[in-house]
Ligand binder design. Structure first.
Ligand code: NAD
Length: 261
């Protein structure tokens, strides 16, 4: 008997088998959920389809979250196929590579707009379409990082986007709580993924973070997946509006001599 048995939910942000969304999708399937997934355009479709088959996803559609019309069309398909929804996982972020390599003070207006649009606003845009489908209440989870609260070298404008994402989590939780919908964020330590490869000095960040973590090691996609499954399940029925850490490497940041230290 899995903790998500009988629940239907979306996991958005699967690119390949290194994605955090893959750890999430596997944990949700293991716990008995029926899954819907998206892929970002044709180039990713051929990677996502075989993974979708492995977790028995019954809905797999293209979705670029920078386009409201695509978000509308995607959720219309969810409504048509399922009629209702129990959970939504948002595991999506994007920033221009240069914005993560250049000094933060050089951030352009377009770098800022793009990072905040795709990495933070898209969470609100998806939640506002998912909520009306959560007729029996629901759970919504997004993925954030310590760079929201601390100046982590190389994280730059993505840290600003994550700060907006965490604030959005609290406001969505406040707004949607009256409908029995919970909203939470997970702040995991660094994991080697496609998105992470854009962050400057990621290898050093991983080493430093492992040393600064409570467990003395980095965490895995599967561990984030398990925490997500708990937050999506009725086991966490009293938990909303919070950032939950999956050993985020707390000692990186304030008072730290930097990645060389
Ligand atoms: P990933 O590259 O596997 O996933 C990022 C996903 O975002 C991809 O599937 C990509 O297709 C999707 N995406 C980007 N732009 C999009 C758009 N316009 N429309 C739809 N999808 C779009 O990398 P990941 O590390 O698994 O990232 C997932 C989430 O976890 C992100 O929010 C990331 O910031 C967060 N996170 C990652 C780490 C880490 O160290 N990897 C740590 C904490 C939080």
């Amino acid at each position: 008997m899995g903790i998500l048995k009988g629940k239907k939910g979306l996991v958005l942000g699967l690119a390949n088998d290194k994605s955090i969304a893959w750890g999430v999708a596997q944990a949700c399937q293991r716990e008995g959920a029926e899954l819907g997934l998206n892929y970002l355009g044709e180039p990713l479709e051929k990677r996502v389809r075989p993974l979708a088959e492995k977790v028995g996803a019954t809905l797999v559609e293209s979705l670029d979250v920078s386009d409201d019309a695509q978000i509308d069309a995607f959720f219309a398909k969810v409504q048509e196929k399922w009629g209702s929804l129990d959970f939504l996982v948002h595991s999506i972020a994007f920033a221009n590579k240069d914005a993560l390599r250049n000094p933060f003070s050089q951030t352009t207006r377009e770098d800022f707009r793009l990072a905040l649009d795709i990495s933070a606003y898209s969470f609100i845009a998806c939640a506002q379409r998912a909520a009306p489908l959560m007729t029996a209440g629901g759970s919504i989870v997004t993925m954030t990082y310590l760079g929201a609260e601390r100046a982590v070298p190389g994280y730059n404008v993505m840290g600003v986007a994550k700060a907006a994402l965490e604030a959005s989590t609290r406001y969505l939780a406040q707004d949607l709580g009256q409908h029995g919908i919970r909203v939470n964020a997970i702040s995991a330590g660094p994991i080697r993924t496609l998105a992470a490869s854009a962050v400057g000095d990621f290898r050093k960040l991983m080493e430093k973070s492992a040393r600064g973590s409570m467990l003395g090691r980095n965490v895995s996609q599967d561990e984030v997946g398990n925490t997500t499954a708990y937050l999506l399940s009725d086991m966490s029925s009293g938990v909303s509006g919070e950032v939950h850490y999956v050993d985020a490497g707390f000692h990186v940041g304030a008072g730290d001599p930097g990645l060389e230290g």
